[in-house]
Design a protein around this ligand. Structure first.
Ligand code: PNS
Length: 159
């Protein structure tokens, strides 16, 4: 049976930290589905289709990788895609509580689906999409933290 993993997130926008996780999980699973959360109750800077497009633009080698947006419960989406794994990246200690809560909830909703965690690389441990948005909005630079195409999109958005 093919090992399919969902890598979910807001990706508003994708950062080099996310890309590093994608690069590392490619060798662990047969197929990765990057699932962009399109929750209508949450406000994002980029629309779901923009976020999907930006991810597709920056994937160097997209063999075995799909990018799609999803609405509703993550586990229901994973079931629909035939995935038995969810992947999450873990940064500083502050991620732990939220991730633990999601893990327990998702496990209750479907005990067959296992969430696996990858520790972030040290250089990305304090990187977040929110902090990137703030820096670009205020005219700062973010060398080697986001792809150039993402930086360009952010600058366009804020101009
Ligand atoms: O990048 P993020 O914002 O930390 O990703 C959070 C995400 C998309 C994984 C989470 O909000 C999610 O799974 N949303 C879908 C709705 C859902 O299933 N909620 C219950 C999880 S406990």
């Amino acid at each position: 049976m093919a090992k399919i993993a969902i890598y979910p997130g807001s990706f508003d926008p994708i950062t080099n930290g996310h890309l590093d996780i994608i690069k590392r999980i490619k060798f662990l699973f047969d197929k990765i589905v990057i699932a962009v959360n399109d929750n209508p109750l949450k406000s994002f800077l980029f629309t779901a289709s923009e976020r999907v497009e930006m991810i597709k633009e920056v994937l160097n080698d997209s063999s075995g990788i799909e990018v799609e947006s999803f609405r509703g419960l993550l586990v229901r989406y994973a079931e629909k895609r035939g995935a038995r794994f969810i992947v999450r990246g873990l940064r500083a200690l502050s991620d732990f509580e939220y991730e633990f809560q999601m893990d327990l909830m998702n496990r209750k909703l479907n005990p067959q689906i296992e969430t696996v965690y990858l520790m972030t690389r040290q250089s990305y441990s304090y990187l977040s999409s929110s902090i990137i948005k703030e820096i670009i909005k205020l005219g700062g630079d973010t060398p080697s933290l986001i792809p150039d195409s993402v930086k360009k999109r952010l600058q366009e958005k804020f101009n």
